[in-house]
Design a protein around this ligand. Structure first.
Ligand SMILES: [Zn+2]
Length: 258
């Protein structure tokens, strides 16, 4: 794994914003995990959150990084992961999005994001978003011609605003719906997951930023996997999911887009 260093002039407590597991240049798939970490730079005083909120799904996607790592291992794919909580900056949002630095998330207020100055906002973009965007763009550019598919791995909470969610796996797309639709149609027999297209979120919720910017704009097929986080809470569960997703993705790519 390589850790990208920071742009100078930024509060050093931000630390690295992105980590890469590069792997070979022959890979056809790249795996991305934007919401991998709930780490909040010490200079931000936990954004005023209590311990419960800081460890909850609002700060990161629990389980997603482990599944992403296993998936990348199995597919021999490079992995690009975010190292800072999405409450500091949500890497799956462009800087102009009002939810890039959210003042509230589900039922939680995020006091440290309230009334941010333009300078503080710009620092978050420079310290978190830009290094991640650059690292992912470099990984993709270095594989031009070989790389075919970008997969992002996320997890979602089983209960949102008090309402239980039945969906277990969401296949989400942005401007290019081809891979998500093909993958949905190819769910392996015997895999009993409740899989749905564009649930529990979809592009209208602003979640297609990475897919569109790094996938569509580079001519890559792309899909966002949203896994219900109670199903990937343990190492055993994470392995079950990765072991099922890897061949499913590979078959979809090889047979659906021969
Ligand atoms: Zn996420």
């Amino acid at each position: 794994m390589t850790i990208d260093t920071l742009t100078s002039g930024i509060d050093p407590s931000f630390g690295p914003a992105v980590a890469r597991t590069p792997r070979g240049l022959e890979a056809e798939v790249i795996v991305v995990c934007e919401h991998a970490s709930n780490w909040i730079p010490p200079g931000l005083s936990d954004l005023g959150l209590d311990v419960h909120a800081k460890h909850s799904h609002i700060a990161w996607d629990p389980g997603a990084l482990s599944v992403a790592r296993l998936l990348a291992d199995t597919l021999a794919a490079p992995l690009v992961e975010g190292c800072i909580s999405r409450l500091v900056y949500d890497l799956n949002r462009p800087p102009e999005s009002p939810t890039a630095i959210p003042e509230t998330s589900e039922v939680f207020a995020v006091p440290g994001n309230r009334d941010l100055s333009d300078a503080a906002r710009a620092e978050r973009v420079a310290a978190v978003y830009e290094p991640f965007r650059t690292a992912l763009a470099e990984e993709i550019a270095s594989r031009a011609g070989k790389l075919r598919l970008l997969v992002t791995v996320h997890s979602f909470t089983p209960i949102y605003n008090g309402v239980p969610r039945d969906v277990e796996l969401g296949l989400l797309h942005g401007r290019d719906d081809r891979f998500a639709i093909e993958m949905l149609a190819r769910q392996p027999e015997g895999l009993a997951w409740d899989t749905r297209l564009n649930e529990p979120y979809s592009a209208v919720d602003g979640v297609a930023h990475t897919l569109d910017l790094h996938g569509c704009d580079n001519g890559l097929l792309n899909v966002m996997l949203e896994i219900r986080n109670d199903l990937i809470a343990t190492a055993d569960q994470q392995k079950v999911w990765a072991d099922a997703l890897a061949p499913w993705i590979k078959t979809t790519l090889e047979e659906g887009f021969a």
